[in-house]
Design a protein around this ligand. Structure first.
Ligand code: ING
Length: 311
């Protein structure tokens, strides 16, 4: 029996600094309903989808900063999204800022949850690769303070059974690191869901920043192909509080082909029929890890002894 599932990427346009969570949730419920109308069973929302991308600001006041995080999900503000999922039997990926009491202290993570068609949380992931800085940088129009506001994730890269296959999660910068895909590829992942908030001026180097959109798709297409997995990458995009972020959300097949792409910088639903067995066919031929990978032959990572020495 083929494992086909219609998946959706629910791209979001800008979220204003003062926009209430309830407004963001209403926008997401509208898109969940639209995706359901097209037969989708899994909808991928962006990273930090409940608020504006607050790591772009230096926030000194502790109470002001804590107001950006969620405690447990579903919270009162997000309950309508979980209820709509159960009503329509459509699961979703949601990125949000998590505050949690763990190991005897309050901790903060850039987090995503995978929610099943019954509206119950299947699994959680916490962003490992935090870009930017832990202190404000001089000369930047917008800061990028994820290292100040979040800890690196402590859940690894788990893969969950759901939607007829094996589903994993990443968040934004994770998609630039091949290890993130490979750890899930070694667990037989069929589909990786990820959300992103990607400013077009992140490094300040014009030659690099002008390739932001190319690098966005390059990272996800390569990761999908090299690990025989579908990838659904969903943007929060457009000019958000003055910061321009890339859109072009995509659904990518295990072949590495982009099979659907958003064409606006606003709330936009794209869908595609994902045959999860396409990944299986790549894993039984080109990317049969058991037959073709040679981890024992990759050699040791030699500590860098000094400039010019081999690494
Ligand atoms: N944002 C960006 C990301 O897509 C970035 C940071 C932008 C890194 C452009 C490199 C180039 O990785 C988040 N939130 O990770």
């Amino acid at each position: 029996m083929s494992r086909q599932i219609i998946v959706a990427s629910a791209q979001m346009g800008p979220i204003a600094k003062t926009e209430p969570r309830q407004s963001c949730v209403a926008r997401m419920v509208d898109m969940l309903r639209e995706a359901h109308g097209r037969g989708a069973r899994l909808v991928v929302f962006p990273e930090l989808a409940l608020t504006s991308f607050f790591p772009r600001w230096m926030i000194e006041d502790k109470d002001e900063l804590e107001a950006w995080y969620e405690e447990d999900l579903p919270s009162p503000a997000t309950q309508p999204l979980f209820e709509a999922a159960a009503e329509l039997a459509v699961g979703f990926y949601l990125g949000y800022a998590e505050r949690v009491s763990e190991e005897g202290r309050i901790r903060h993570f850039n987090t995503s949850v995978l929610v099943g068609p019954d509206g119950k949380i299947i699994g959680k992931y916490r962003k490992v690769h935090l870009p930017g800085h832990d202190a404000p940088q001089p000369g930047r129009t917008f800061q990028h303070l994820e290292k100040r506001y979040f800890e690196p994730g402590n859940l690894g890269f788990p893969v969950f059974d759901g939607f007829g296959g094996r589903v994993g999660m990443m968040i934004c910068n994770d998609r630039r690191w091949p290890e993130a895909y490979r750890v899930m590829g070694l667990q037989g992942v069929d589909l990786i869901a990820l959300g992103y908030n990607t400013p077009v001026d992140h490094t300040g180097h014009t030659d690099i920043d002008s390739l932001t959109q190319f690098h966005n798709h390059l990272s996800m297409q390569a990761g999908a192909y090299q690990n025989a997995s579908w990838v659904v990458g969903t943007a929060k995009c457009g000019r958000e509080e003055g910061s321009m972020m890339v859109g072009q959300s995509v659904i990518i097949a295990p072949s590495g082909e982009i099979v659907a792409m958003a064409s606006t910088l606003e709330d936009e639903v794209i869908t595609a029929k994902a045959d999860l067995d396409l990944g299986t066919r790549y894993r039984e031929t080109i990317f049969d890890f058991a037959r073709h990978r040679e981890p024992d032959s990759y050699g040791l990572i030699v500590e860098r002894k000094g400039a010019g020495d081999p690494i």
